[in-house]
Design a protein around this ligand. Structure first.
Ligand code: F6R
Length: 609
Protein backbone atom coordinates (compact mmCIF):
# COMPACT_ATOMS: atom_id res chain seq x y z
CA UNK A 1 0.00 0.00 0.00
CA UNK A 2 2.39 2.64 -1.31
CA UNK A 3 6.11 2.08 -1.27
CA UNK A 4 8.67 4.62 -0.15
CA UNK A 5 12.40 4.76 -0.60
CA UNK A 6 15.03 7.37 0.28
CA UNK A 7 18.80 7.81 0.24
CA UNK A 8 21.62 10.05 1.47
CA UNK A 9 24.91 9.31 -0.27
CA UNK A 10 27.94 10.77 -1.94
CA UNK A 11 26.92 9.43 -5.36
CA UNK A 12 23.87 10.34 -7.42
CA UNK A 13 20.93 8.67 -5.64
CA UNK A 14 18.47 8.77 -8.56
CA UNK A 15 19.37 5.27 -9.92
CA UNK A 16 19.14 3.84 -6.37
CA UNK A 17 15.73 5.41 -5.85
CA UNK A 18 14.43 4.19 -9.21
CA UNK A 19 15.62 0.63 -8.63
CA UNK A 20 14.03 0.78 -5.16
CA UNK A 21 10.74 1.90 -6.71
CA UNK A 22 10.81 -0.93 -9.23
CA UNK A 23 11.19 -3.38 -6.37
CA UNK A 24 8.43 -1.73 -4.35
CA UNK A 25 6.00 -1.42 -7.20
CA UNK A 26 3.97 -4.41 -5.98
CA UNK A 27 2.85 -2.18 -3.08
CA UNK A 28 1.06 0.26 -5.36
CA UNK A 29 1.30 1.22 -8.98
CA UNK A 30 -1.12 3.97 -9.92
CA UNK A 31 1.44 6.78 -9.87
CA UNK A 32 5.03 7.40 -8.83
CA UNK A 33 7.45 10.22 -8.15
CA UNK A 34 10.93 11.18 -7.07
CA UNK A 35 12.41 14.30 -5.45
CA UNK A 36 16.07 15.13 -4.87
CA UNK A 37 18.17 17.97 -3.59
CA UNK A 38 20.30 18.74 -6.63
CA UNK A 39 23.93 19.83 -6.73
CA UNK A 40 22.78 23.50 -6.54
CA UNK A 41 20.83 22.72 -3.37
CA UNK A 42 17.47 23.12 -5.08
CA UNK A 43 14.57 20.70 -4.73
CA UNK A 44 13.85 18.95 -8.03
CA UNK A 45 10.80 16.73 -8.45
CA UNK A 46 9.29 14.53 -11.19
CA UNK A 47 5.96 12.75 -10.88
CA UNK A 48 3.87 10.66 -13.21
CA UNK A 49 0.59 8.79 -13.38
CA UNK A 50 1.00 5.07 -14.04
CA UNK A 51 3.81 2.71 -13.29
CA UNK A 52 7.45 3.26 -12.44
CA UNK A 53 8.36 2.81 -16.12
CA UNK A 54 6.10 5.81 -16.92
CA UNK A 55 7.98 7.87 -14.35
CA UNK A 56 11.25 6.68 -15.82
CA UNK A 57 10.18 7.85 -19.27
CA UNK A 58 9.57 11.36 -17.90
CA UNK A 59 12.74 11.59 -15.86
CA UNK A 60 15.35 14.11 -16.94
CA UNK A 61 18.52 12.10 -17.66
CA UNK A 62 20.48 14.91 -15.99
CA UNK A 63 18.60 14.59 -12.66
CA UNK A 64 21.40 14.30 -10.13
CA UNK A 65 21.53 14.70 -6.37
CA UNK A 66 23.03 13.09 -3.27
CA UNK A 67 19.85 13.18 -1.16
CA UNK A 68 16.44 12.06 -2.33
CA UNK A 69 13.12 10.33 -1.74
CA UNK A 70 10.71 8.46 -4.00
CA UNK A 71 7.26 6.91 -3.84
CA UNK A 72 4.99 4.51 -5.68
CA UNK A 73 1.33 5.04 -4.87
CA UNK A 74 -1.83 3.06 -4.26
CA UNK A 75 -4.53 5.72 -4.13
CA UNK A 76 -6.54 6.13 -0.94
CA UNK A 77 -7.41 9.84 -0.67
CA UNK A 78 -7.47 11.44 -4.10
CA UNK A 79 -7.68 9.72 -7.47
CA UNK A 80 -4.57 8.54 -9.35
CA UNK A 81 -3.32 11.83 -10.87
CA UNK A 82 0.02 13.58 -11.20
CA UNK A 83 -0.93 16.25 -8.66
CA UNK A 84 -1.82 13.54 -6.10
CA UNK A 85 1.41 11.60 -6.64
CA UNK A 86 4.17 11.91 -4.03
CA UNK A 87 6.59 13.45 -3.15
CA UNK A 88 4.56 16.40 -1.93
CA UNK A 89 6.40 19.67 -1.61
CA UNK A 90 5.80 22.79 0.48
CA UNK A 91 7.07 26.14 -0.80
CA UNK A 92 9.95 24.60 -2.75
CA UNK A 93 11.61 23.84 0.57
CA UNK A 94 10.36 20.58 2.09
CA UNK A 95 9.59 17.36 0.20
CA UNK A 96 7.90 14.35 1.74
CA UNK A 97 6.82 10.79 0.91
CA UNK A 98 4.18 9.04 3.00
CA UNK A 99 2.74 5.55 3.29
CA UNK A 100 -0.39 5.34 5.46
CA UNK A 101 -3.46 7.44 6.11
CA UNK A 102 -3.80 10.68 8.03
CA UNK A 103 -7.27 10.47 9.56
CA UNK A 104 -7.56 14.08 10.74
CA UNK A 105 -6.39 15.61 7.44
CA UNK A 106 -9.58 17.60 6.92
CA UNK A 107 -9.27 19.48 10.22
CA UNK A 108 -5.57 20.15 9.58
CA UNK A 109 -6.31 21.32 6.03
CA UNK A 110 -8.86 23.87 7.29
CA UNK A 111 -6.40 25.21 9.84
CA UNK A 112 -3.55 25.41 7.30
CA UNK A 113 -5.74 27.12 4.70
CA UNK A 114 -6.40 29.84 7.26
CA UNK A 115 -2.65 30.19 7.72
CA UNK A 116 -2.25 30.76 3.97
CA UNK A 117 -0.92 27.36 2.83
CA UNK A 118 -1.80 26.50 -0.72
CA UNK A 119 -3.04 22.98 -1.55
CA UNK A 120 -2.26 21.42 -4.90
CA UNK A 121 -3.57 17.88 -4.28
CA UNK A 122 -6.60 16.01 -2.95
CA UNK A 123 -4.46 13.82 -0.70
CA UNK A 124 -4.45 13.40 3.06
CA UNK A 125 -0.63 13.61 2.88
CA UNK A 126 -0.25 17.21 1.84
CA UNK A 127 -1.15 18.48 5.32
CA UNK A 128 1.92 16.66 6.67
CA UNK A 129 4.38 18.47 4.45
CA UNK A 130 2.79 21.84 5.34
CA UNK A 131 2.86 20.99 9.04
CA UNK A 132 6.56 20.14 8.84
CA UNK A 133 7.34 23.29 6.82
CA UNK A 134 5.49 25.36 9.42
CA UNK A 135 7.63 23.84 12.21
CA UNK A 136 10.79 24.20 10.14
CA UNK A 137 10.18 27.92 9.97
CA UNK A 138 9.92 27.98 13.77
CA UNK A 139 12.88 25.73 14.57
CA UNK A 140 15.22 25.97 11.57
CA UNK A 141 16.02 22.27 12.03
CA UNK A 142 14.45 19.40 10.05
CA UNK A 143 14.56 16.84 12.86
CA UNK A 144 13.02 19.27 15.34
CA UNK A 145 10.40 20.23 12.76
CA UNK A 146 9.33 16.62 12.12
CA UNK A 147 9.27 15.95 15.84
CA UNK A 148 7.10 18.99 16.47
CA UNK A 149 4.73 18.17 13.61
CA UNK A 150 4.03 14.50 14.35
CA UNK A 151 1.85 14.95 17.47
CA UNK A 152 -0.67 16.83 15.30
CA UNK A 153 -1.20 13.74 13.10
CA UNK A 154 -3.78 11.06 13.79
CA UNK A 155 -3.52 7.88 11.74
CA UNK A 156 -0.77 5.75 10.28
CA UNK A 157 2.43 6.81 8.59
CA UNK A 158 5.86 5.91 7.39
CA UNK A 159 7.54 9.14 6.28
CA UNK A 160 10.68 10.26 4.51
CA UNK A 161 11.38 14.02 4.57
CA UNK A 162 14.09 16.18 3.01
CA UNK A 163 14.72 19.93 2.79
CA UNK A 164 17.10 21.97 0.67
CA UNK A 165 17.97 23.93 3.83
CA UNK A 166 19.85 20.82 5.00
CA UNK A 167 20.90 19.13 1.79
CA UNK A 168 22.63 16.10 3.36
CA UNK A 169 19.93 15.05 5.77
CA UNK A 170 16.94 12.71 5.58
CA UNK A 171 14.46 12.38 8.44
CA UNK A 172 12.25 9.29 8.67
CA UNK A 173 9.44 8.35 11.02
CA UNK A 174 7.06 5.44 11.43
CA UNK A 175 3.81 4.74 13.22
CA UNK A 176 1.57 2.00 11.90
CA UNK A 177 3.32 1.53 8.53
CA UNK A 178 6.55 -0.37 7.93
CA UNK A 179 9.94 1.31 7.45
CA UNK A 180 13.49 -0.03 7.42
CA UNK A 181 16.82 1.79 7.33
CA UNK A 182 19.53 0.36 5.10
CA UNK A 183 23.06 0.77 6.43
CA UNK A 184 25.74 1.36 3.81
CA UNK A 185 29.33 2.54 3.99
CA UNK A 186 29.22 6.32 3.92
CA UNK A 187 25.61 6.19 2.70
CA UNK A 188 22.25 5.34 4.23
CA UNK A 189 18.81 4.49 2.91
CA UNK A 190 15.20 4.05 3.91
CA UNK A 191 12.51 1.86 2.35
CA UNK A 192 9.16 0.21 2.99
CA UNK A 193 10.82 -3.18 2.81
CA UNK A 194 14.21 -4.81 2.72
CA UNK A 195 13.91 -6.03 -0.87
CA UNK A 196 13.94 -2.45 -2.19
CA UNK A 197 17.47 -1.90 -0.87
CA UNK A 198 19.12 -5.27 -1.51
CA UNK A 199 21.15 -3.97 -4.47
CA UNK A 200 22.86 -1.46 -2.14
CA UNK A 201 23.02 -3.16 1.27
CA UNK A 202 22.18 -6.27 3.25
CA UNK A 203 22.35 -4.57 6.66
CA UNK A 204 19.13 -3.20 8.10
CA UNK A 205 17.69 -1.47 11.13
CA UNK A 206 13.95 -2.00 11.65
CA UNK A 207 12.27 1.05 13.11
CA UNK A 208 9.83 0.48 15.96
CA UNK A 209 6.43 2.11 16.38
CA UNK A 210 6.83 5.82 17.08
CA UNK A 211 10.53 5.97 16.13
CA UNK A 212 12.04 8.97 14.37
CA UNK A 213 15.40 8.59 12.58
CA UNK A 214 17.85 11.36 11.75
CA UNK A 215 19.87 10.10 8.80
CA UNK A 216 23.00 11.54 7.20
CA UNK A 217 25.75 9.95 5.12
CA UNK A 218 27.80 9.19 8.23
CA UNK A 219 25.28 8.49 10.96
CA UNK A 220 21.83 7.19 11.80
CA UNK A 221 20.41 8.44 15.09
CA UNK A 222 17.12 7.02 16.31
CA UNK A 223 14.71 8.46 18.88
CA UNK A 224 11.82 6.48 20.34
CA UNK A 225 8.25 7.69 20.81
CA UNK A 226 9.27 9.36 24.08
CA UNK A 227 12.01 11.31 22.30
CA UNK A 228 14.83 9.34 23.96
CA UNK A 229 17.85 8.37 21.91
CA UNK A 230 17.82 4.59 21.40
CA UNK A 231 19.97 1.94 19.75
CA UNK A 232 18.18 -0.48 17.47
CA UNK A 233 20.03 -3.64 16.41
CA UNK A 234 21.51 -3.90 12.91
CA UNK A 235 20.34 -7.12 11.25
CA UNK A 236 21.92 -8.91 8.34
CA UNK A 237 19.43 -9.95 5.67
CA UNK A 238 19.78 -13.46 4.31
CA UNK A 239 18.09 -12.46 1.06
CA UNK A 240 20.18 -12.02 -2.01
CA UNK A 241 19.47 -9.24 -4.44
CA UNK A 242 18.19 -11.66 -7.08
CA UNK A 243 15.81 -13.40 -4.63
CA UNK A 244 13.30 -10.92 -5.97
CA UNK A 245 14.28 -11.32 -9.64
CA UNK A 246 11.79 -12.89 -12.07
CA UNK A 247 14.41 -15.06 -13.74
CA UNK A 248 13.26 -16.86 -16.88
CA UNK A 249 9.59 -16.66 -15.89
CA UNK A 250 7.20 -14.40 -17.73
CA UNK A 251 5.54 -13.27 -14.51
CA UNK A 252 6.34 -13.33 -10.80
CA UNK A 253 3.10 -15.20 -10.20
CA UNK A 254 4.19 -18.10 -12.40
CA UNK A 255 7.64 -18.13 -10.80
CA UNK A 256 6.04 -18.21 -7.37
CA UNK A 257 3.65 -21.02 -8.33
CA UNK A 258 6.64 -23.04 -9.53
CA UNK A 259 8.63 -22.24 -6.38
CA UNK A 260 6.12 -24.06 -4.20
CA UNK A 261 7.97 -27.38 -3.87
CA UNK A 262 11.05 -25.48 -2.65
CA UNK A 263 9.02 -23.14 -0.42
CA UNK A 264 7.24 -26.07 1.23
CA UNK A 265 10.50 -27.97 1.76
CA UNK A 266 12.07 -24.87 3.34
CA UNK A 267 9.05 -24.39 5.61
CA UNK A 268 9.48 -27.94 6.87
CA UNK A 269 13.25 -27.79 7.26
CA UNK A 270 14.39 -28.04 10.88
CA UNK A 271 10.77 -28.11 12.03
CA UNK A 272 10.18 -31.86 11.80
CA UNK A 273 12.07 -34.81 13.21
CA UNK A 274 11.64 -38.40 12.09
CA UNK A 275 8.16 -38.77 13.56
CA UNK A 276 7.23 -35.50 15.22
CA UNK A 277 7.14 -31.74 14.96
CA UNK A 278 9.47 -29.67 17.14
CA UNK A 279 7.50 -27.42 19.52
CA UNK A 280 10.48 -25.06 19.53
CA UNK A 281 9.79 -24.18 15.89
CA UNK A 282 7.09 -21.87 17.27
CA UNK A 283 9.48 -19.91 19.47
CA UNK A 284 10.56 -19.57 23.04
CA UNK A 285 8.04 -20.81 25.60
CA UNK A 286 5.94 -22.66 23.03
CA UNK A 287 5.76 -26.06 24.83
CA UNK A 288 4.30 -24.59 28.03
CA UNK A 289 1.81 -22.52 26.07
CA UNK A 290 0.70 -25.48 23.96
CA UNK A 291 0.07 -27.49 27.16
CA UNK A 292 -2.46 -24.91 28.28
CA UNK A 293 -4.31 -24.23 24.99
CA UNK A 294 -7.99 -25.25 24.98
CA UNK A 295 -9.26 -23.44 21.88
CA UNK A 296 -7.96 -21.58 18.83
CA UNK A 297 -9.17 -18.33 17.23
CA UNK A 298 -7.76 -17.67 13.75
CA UNK A 299 -7.93 -14.21 12.19
CA UNK A 300 -6.67 -13.16 8.73
CA UNK A 301 -7.63 -11.45 5.46
CA UNK A 302 -8.15 -12.60 1.87
CA UNK A 303 -6.13 -15.61 0.83
CA UNK A 304 -4.68 -15.98 4.31
CA UNK A 305 -8.26 -16.18 5.63
CA UNK A 306 -8.93 -19.07 3.25
CA UNK A 307 -5.91 -20.88 4.74
CA UNK A 308 -7.44 -20.28 8.17
CA UNK A 309 -10.74 -21.85 7.07
CA UNK A 310 -8.92 -25.03 6.04
CA UNK A 311 -7.01 -24.90 9.33
CA UNK A 312 -10.32 -25.05 11.20
CA UNK A 313 -11.27 -28.37 9.56
CA UNK A 314 -7.90 -29.78 10.55
CA UNK A 315 -7.70 -28.37 14.07
CA UNK A 316 -11.17 -29.58 14.98
CA UNK A 317 -11.12 -32.83 12.97
CA UNK A 318 -7.60 -34.00 13.73
CA UNK A 319 -6.36 -32.17 16.80
CA UNK A 320 -9.78 -32.21 18.48
CA UNK A 321 -9.57 -28.57 19.49
CA UNK A 322 -12.39 -26.01 19.05
CA UNK A 323 -11.48 -23.42 16.45
CA UNK A 324 -13.13 -20.25 15.09
CA UNK A 325 -11.99 -18.33 12.02
CA UNK A 326 -12.86 -14.74 11.17
CA UNK A 327 -11.80 -12.05 8.73
CA UNK A 328 -9.72 -9.44 10.54
CA UNK A 329 -11.73 -6.43 9.35
CA UNK A 330 -14.80 -7.84 11.13
CA UNK A 331 -13.08 -9.24 14.17
CA UNK A 332 -11.37 -5.96 15.03
CA UNK A 333 -14.73 -4.24 15.62
CA UNK A 334 -16.50 -7.09 17.40
CA UNK A 335 -16.75 -7.82 21.08
CA UNK A 336 -16.40 -11.61 21.06
CA UNK A 337 -16.69 -13.79 24.13
CA UNK A 338 -13.17 -14.99 24.83
CA UNK A 339 -13.05 -18.61 25.96
CA UNK A 340 -10.44 -19.57 28.54
CA UNK A 341 -6.98 -20.54 27.31
CA UNK A 342 -7.63 -19.60 23.71
CA UNK A 343 -4.65 -19.27 21.40
CA UNK A 344 -5.11 -16.30 19.04
CA UNK A 345 -3.54 -17.10 15.66
CA UNK A 346 -2.96 -14.54 12.92
CA UNK A 347 -2.09 -15.64 9.40
CA UNK A 348 -0.42 -13.18 7.05
CA UNK A 349 2.02 -13.21 4.18
CA UNK A 350 3.23 -9.66 4.72
CA UNK A 351 2.76 -9.25 8.46
CA UNK A 352 1.78 -5.65 7.74
CA UNK A 353 -1.91 -5.96 6.86
CA UNK A 354 -3.56 -3.14 8.81
CA UNK A 355 -6.75 -5.07 9.68
CA UNK A 356 -4.81 -8.11 10.90
CA UNK A 357 -2.53 -5.94 13.02
CA UNK A 358 -5.53 -4.14 14.50
CA UNK A 359 -7.19 -7.50 15.20
CA UNK A 360 -4.07 -8.63 17.07
CA UNK A 361 -4.08 -5.46 19.15
CA UNK A 362 -7.81 -5.97 19.82
CA UNK A 363 -7.19 -9.58 20.88
CA UNK A 364 -4.51 -8.45 23.31
CA UNK A 365 -6.94 -5.96 24.85
CA UNK A 366 -9.67 -8.60 25.02
CA UNK A 367 -7.37 -10.84 27.05
CA UNK A 368 -6.72 -13.81 24.78
CA UNK A 369 -4.37 -16.11 26.64
CA UNK A 370 -1.61 -16.30 23.99
CA UNK A 371 -0.83 -15.09 20.48
CA UNK A 372 0.84 -16.84 17.57
CA UNK A 373 1.52 -15.42 14.14
CA UNK A 374 2.15 -17.53 11.05
CA UNK A 375 3.86 -15.11 8.73
CA UNK A 376 6.23 -14.88 5.78
CA UNK A 377 8.14 -11.70 6.63
CA UNK A 378 10.54 -11.78 9.56
CA UNK A 379 10.68 -8.49 11.47
CA UNK A 380 7.22 -7.54 10.24
CA UNK A 381 4.96 -5.75 12.70
CA UNK A 382 2.84 -8.86 13.18
CA UNK A 383 5.82 -11.03 14.05
CA UNK A 384 7.16 -8.45 16.45
CA UNK A 385 3.79 -8.07 18.15
CA UNK A 386 3.10 -11.78 18.68
CA UNK A 387 4.22 -14.00 21.52
CA UNK A 388 4.90 -17.03 19.33
CA UNK A 389 5.74 -17.09 15.64
CA UNK A 390 6.12 -19.67 12.95
CA UNK A 391 7.76 -18.26 9.84
CA UNK A 392 6.68 -19.66 6.52
CA UNK A 393 9.77 -19.85 4.36
CA UNK A 394 8.13 -18.96 1.07
CA UNK A 395 10.69 -16.23 0.33
CA UNK A 396 9.65 -12.83 -1.06
CA UNK A 397 6.27 -12.97 -2.77
CA UNK A 398 6.05 -10.20 -5.35
CA UNK A 399 3.02 -11.13 -7.46
CA UNK A 400 0.01 -9.42 -5.94
CA UNK A 401 -1.99 -12.65 -6.12
CA UNK A 402 -0.77 -14.79 -3.25
CA UNK A 403 0.29 -18.33 -4.16
CA UNK A 404 3.29 -19.84 -2.36
CA UNK A 405 2.44 -17.89 0.80
CA UNK A 406 -0.92 -19.70 0.92
CA UNK A 407 0.40 -23.23 0.49
CA UNK A 408 3.18 -22.66 3.04
CA UNK A 409 0.60 -21.29 5.48
CA UNK A 410 -1.27 -24.58 5.10
CA UNK A 411 1.95 -26.46 5.84
CA UNK A 412 2.48 -24.30 8.93
CA UNK A 413 -1.09 -25.00 10.05
CA UNK A 414 -0.46 -28.75 9.75
CA UNK A 415 2.58 -28.30 12.01
CA UNK A 416 0.31 -26.54 14.50
CA UNK A 417 -2.23 -29.36 14.24
CA UNK A 418 0.56 -31.82 15.10
CA UNK A 419 1.84 -30.00 18.19
CA UNK A 420 -1.63 -29.24 19.58
CA UNK A 421 -3.08 -32.60 18.54
CA UNK A 422 -0.28 -34.54 20.21
CA UNK A 423 -1.55 -33.17 23.51
CA UNK A 424 -5.19 -33.96 22.74
CA UNK A 425 -5.61 -37.45 21.45
CA UNK A 426 -4.04 -37.26 18.01
CA UNK A 427 -1.48 -39.61 19.48
CA UNK A 428 2.09 -40.14 18.38
CA UNK A 429 0.87 -42.31 15.51
CA UNK A 430 -1.33 -39.52 14.25
CA UNK A 431 1.51 -37.05 14.51
CA UNK A 432 3.93 -39.41 12.76
CA UNK A 433 1.38 -39.86 9.95
CA UNK A 434 1.17 -36.07 9.43
CA UNK A 435 4.96 -35.76 9.46
CA UNK A 436 5.34 -38.64 7.01
CA UNK A 437 2.79 -37.12 4.62
CA UNK A 438 4.37 -33.68 4.84
CA UNK A 439 7.68 -35.16 3.74
CA UNK A 440 6.07 -36.35 0.51
CA UNK A 441 4.48 -32.98 -0.22
CA UNK A 442 7.24 -31.18 -2.20
CA UNK A 443 7.44 -34.17 -4.58
CA UNK A 444 3.64 -34.27 -4.98
CA UNK A 445 3.51 -30.59 -5.82
CA UNK A 446 6.19 -31.19 -8.47
CA UNK A 447 3.98 -33.90 -10.00
CA UNK A 448 0.98 -31.64 -10.04
CA UNK A 449 2.92 -28.81 -11.69
CA UNK A 450 3.55 -31.25 -14.54
CA UNK A 451 -0.19 -30.96 -15.34
CA UNK A 452 0.34 -27.33 -16.38
CA UNK A 453 -0.23 -28.04 -20.11
CA UNK A 454 -3.53 -29.85 -19.35
CA UNK A 455 -4.73 -26.86 -17.36
CA UNK A 456 -3.75 -24.50 -20.20
CA UNK A 457 -5.90 -26.52 -22.58
CA UNK A 458 -8.98 -25.39 -20.63
CA UNK A 459 -8.26 -21.70 -21.17
CA UNK A 460 -10.49 -21.24 -24.27
CA UNK A 461 -13.51 -22.37 -22.25
CA UNK A 462 -13.01 -19.51 -19.76
CA UNK A 463 -11.37 -16.65 -21.60
CA UNK A 464 -14.56 -15.11 -23.00
CA UNK A 465 -16.82 -15.88 -20.05
CA UNK A 466 -18.14 -13.26 -17.64
CA UNK A 467 -18.76 -15.55 -14.66
CA UNK A 468 -17.59 -18.84 -13.17
CA UNK A 469 -18.66 -21.03 -10.26
CA UNK A 470 -16.24 -22.98 -8.07
CA UNK A 471 -17.48 -25.94 -6.05
CA UNK A 472 -15.95 -28.03 -3.29
CA UNK A 473 -16.99 -29.85 -0.15
CA UNK A 474 -15.24 -30.11 3.23
CA UNK A 475 -11.68 -28.75 3.13
CA UNK A 476 -12.15 -28.32 -0.61
CA UNK A 477 -14.77 -25.62 -0.07
CA UNK A 478 -12.16 -23.04 1.09
CA UNK A 479 -9.96 -24.33 -1.75
CA UNK A 480 -12.79 -23.45 -4.15
CA UNK A 481 -13.02 -20.01 -2.47
CA UNK A 482 -9.32 -19.49 -3.04
CA UNK A 483 -9.62 -20.62 -6.69
CA UNK A 484 -12.47 -18.15 -7.26
CA UNK A 485 -10.52 -15.31 -5.62
CA UNK A 486 -7.47 -16.02 -7.80
CA UNK A 487 -9.54 -16.03 -10.99
CA UNK A 488 -11.40 -12.82 -10.21
CA UNK A 489 -8.43 -10.82 -9.00
CA UNK A 490 -6.17 -11.43 -11.98
CA UNK A 491 -8.54 -12.16 -14.89
CA UNK A 492 -11.43 -9.89 -13.77
CA UNK A 493 -13.91 -12.72 -14.43
CA UNK A 494 -16.55 -12.70 -11.74
CA UNK A 495 -16.15 -15.95 -9.81
CA UNK A 496 -18.04 -17.33 -6.82
CA UNK A 497 -17.33 -20.34 -4.66
CA UNK A 498 -20.01 -22.50 -3.09
CA UNK A 499 -20.00 -25.55 -0.91
CA UNK A 500 -21.42 -27.94 -3.52
CA UNK A 501 -24.32 -28.95 -1.26
CA UNK A 502 -25.57 -25.35 -1.30
CA UNK A 503 -26.07 -25.22 -5.07
CA UNK A 504 -29.69 -26.26 -4.98
CA UNK A 505 -30.47 -23.56 -2.42
CA UNK A 506 -30.06 -20.77 -4.94
CA UNK A 507 -26.98 -20.60 -7.18
CA UNK A 508 -28.21 -23.44 -9.43
CA UNK A 509 -30.52 -20.82 -10.95
CA UNK A 510 -27.44 -19.19 -12.51
CA UNK A 511 -26.16 -22.30 -14.22
CA UNK A 512 -26.28 -22.38 -18.03
CA UNK A 513 -23.85 -22.96 -20.89
CA UNK A 514 -22.19 -19.59 -20.26
CA UNK A 515 -21.30 -20.34 -16.66
CA UNK A 516 -18.32 -22.71 -16.41
CA UNK A 517 -18.43 -24.69 -13.19
CA UNK A 518 -15.12 -25.77 -11.69
CA UNK A 519 -15.13 -28.58 -9.14
CA UNK A 520 -12.31 -29.83 -6.94
CA UNK A 521 -13.08 -33.47 -6.33
CA UNK A 522 -10.45 -35.54 -4.55
CA UNK A 523 -11.47 -39.02 -3.59
CA UNK A 524 -12.75 -38.62 -0.03
CA UNK A 525 -15.82 -39.47 2.01
CA UNK A 526 -17.76 -36.58 0.45
CA UNK A 527 -17.08 -37.66 -3.13
CA UNK A 528 -20.44 -39.39 -3.71
CA UNK A 529 -22.32 -36.37 -2.47
CA UNK A 530 -20.24 -34.10 -4.67
CA UNK A 531 -20.93 -36.32 -7.67
CA UNK A 532 -24.70 -35.86 -7.14
CA UNK A 533 -24.16 -32.10 -7.00
CA UNK A 534 -22.26 -32.25 -10.28
CA UNK A 535 -25.13 -34.17 -11.88
CA UNK A 536 -27.42 -31.33 -10.83
CA UNK A 537 -25.20 -28.96 -12.83
CA UNK A 538 -25.07 -31.20 -15.91
CA UNK A 539 -28.82 -31.69 -15.89
CA UNK A 540 -29.21 -27.91 -16.23
CA UNK A 541 -26.92 -27.58 -19.24
CA UNK A 542 -23.90 -26.47 -17.21
CA UNK A 543 -20.36 -27.26 -18.37
CA UNK A 544 -18.18 -28.90 -15.75
CA UNK A 545 -14.41 -28.65 -15.27
CA UNK A 546 -13.37 -31.19 -12.70
CA UNK A 547 -10.04 -31.81 -11.00
CA UNK A 548 -10.28 -35.39 -9.73
CA UNK A 549 -8.40 -38.52 -8.65
CA UNK A 550 -8.15 -41.25 -11.30
CA UNK A 551 -10.32 -43.68 -9.33
CA UNK A 552 -13.19 -41.37 -8.44
CA UNK A 553 -15.45 -42.38 -11.31
CA UNK A 554 -15.90 -38.94 -12.91
CA UNK A 555 -15.33 -39.43 -16.65
CA UNK A 556 -14.60 -37.04 -19.47
CA UNK A 557 -17.76 -36.74 -21.63
CA UNK A 558 -19.91 -34.06 -23.26
CA UNK A 559 -20.22 -31.11 -20.90
CA UNK A 560 -17.70 -32.66 -18.50
CA UNK A 561 -13.95 -32.05 -18.70
CA UNK A 562 -11.67 -33.86 -16.28
CA UNK A 563 -8.04 -33.38 -15.32
CA UNK A 564 -6.81 -36.46 -13.53
CA UNK A 565 -4.75 -35.54 -10.47
CA UNK A 566 -2.16 -37.95 -9.00
CA UNK A 567 -3.61 -39.83 -6.02
CA UNK A 568 -3.24 -37.77 -2.90
CA UNK A 569 -3.94 -38.38 0.74
CA UNK A 570 -6.97 -36.32 1.76
CA UNK A 571 -4.90 -34.36 4.26
CA UNK A 572 -2.68 -32.93 1.53
CA UNK A 573 -5.44 -32.52 -1.07
CA UNK A 574 -6.17 -28.84 -0.26
CA UNK A 575 -2.56 -27.94 -1.08
CA UNK A 576 -2.39 -30.09 -4.21
CA UNK A 577 -5.69 -28.92 -5.68
CA UNK A 578 -4.98 -25.26 -4.92
CA UNK A 579 -1.88 -25.39 -7.13
CA UNK A 580 -4.08 -26.43 -10.08
CA UNK A 581 -6.54 -23.61 -9.44
CA UNK A 582 -3.64 -21.14 -9.29
CA UNK A 583 -2.47 -22.36 -12.72
CA UNK A 584 -5.98 -22.11 -14.14
CA UNK A 585 -6.40 -18.50 -12.98
CA UNK A 586 -2.93 -17.63 -14.23
CA UNK A 587 -3.37 -19.00 -17.75
CA UNK A 588 -6.86 -17.57 -18.19
CA UNK A 589 -5.59 -14.13 -17.13
CA UNK A 590 -2.59 -14.39 -19.49
CA UNK A 591 -4.89 -15.23 -22.39
CA UNK A 592 -6.90 -12.09 -21.62
CA UNK A 593 -3.76 -9.95 -21.68
CA UNK A 594 -4.28 -8.95 -18.04
CA UNK A 595 -1.61 -7.40 -15.86
CA UNK A 596 -0.83 -10.57 -13.93
CA UNK A 597 1.52 -9.33 -11.25
CA UNK A 598 -0.14 -5.99 -10.70
CA UNK A 599 -3.91 -6.40 -11.19
CA UNK A 600 -5.90 -3.20 -11.38
CA UNK A 601 -7.02 -1.48 -8.16
CA UNK A 602 -5.03 -3.81 -5.89
CA UNK A 603 -1.76 -3.69 -3.97
CA UNK A 604 0.29 -6.35 -2.27
CA UNK A 605 0.32 -5.50 1.40
CA UNK A 606 -2.78 -3.67 2.52
CA UNK A 607 -1.35 -1.39 5.17
CA UNK A 608 -4.42 0.83 5.32
CA UNK A 609 -7.82 0.00 6.73
C1 F6R B 1 -5.07 -12.41 -2.69
C2 F6R B 1 -4.22 -11.77 -1.71
C3 F6R B 1 -4.86 -11.03 -0.59
C4 F6R B 1 -4.04 -11.20 0.69
C5 F6R B 1 -4.64 -10.32 1.81
C6 F6R B 1 -3.92 -10.53 3.13
O1 F6R B 1 -4.31 -13.10 -3.65
O2 F6R B 1 -3.02 -11.81 -1.80
O3 F6R B 1 -6.18 -11.42 -0.42
O4 F6R B 1 -4.08 -12.55 1.07
O5 F6R B 1 -4.53 -8.98 1.43
O6 F6R B 1 -2.56 -10.24 3.02
P1 F6R B 1 -1.52 -10.80 4.08
O7 F6R B 1 -1.50 -12.27 3.95
O8 F6R B 1 -0.22 -10.15 3.69
O9 F6R B 1 -1.99 -10.37 5.44
Amino acid sequence: MCGIVGAVAQRNVVPILMEGLRRLEYRGYDSAGVAIIDRNHCLARTRSVGKVRDLEARLDAQMDGVTGIAHTRWATHGRPATENAHPHVCRKTVALVHNGIIENHEALRKEQLKLGYEFTSETDTEVVVHEIYRRLEETGDLLAAVRAALPALRGAYALGVITNHEPNRLVAARRGSPLVIGIGIGEHFIASDVAALLPVTQRFVFLEEGDIADITRDAVTIYNAQGERVERPVKQSELSSDAVARGEYRHYMLKEIYEQPRAIADTLENRIGLHHVYDEAFGHGAPAIFESVEAVQIVACGTSYHAGLIGKYWLEGLAGIPCSVEVASEFRYRKPQVARHTLFVTLSQSGETADTLAALAHAQELGFAHTLSICNVPESSLVRGSQLTLMTQAGPEIGVASTKAFTTQLVALLLLVAVLGRRRGLGSDGEARIVGLLRTLPGLVEQVLALDADVQAWVPFFANKQHALFLGRGTQYPVAMEGALKLKEISYIHAEAYPAGELKHGPLALVDADMPVVAVAPNNELLEKLQSNLQEVRARGGELFVFADADNGIREETQTHVIVVPPTNDLLAPIIYTVLLQLLAYHVAVSKGADIDQPRNLAKSVTVE
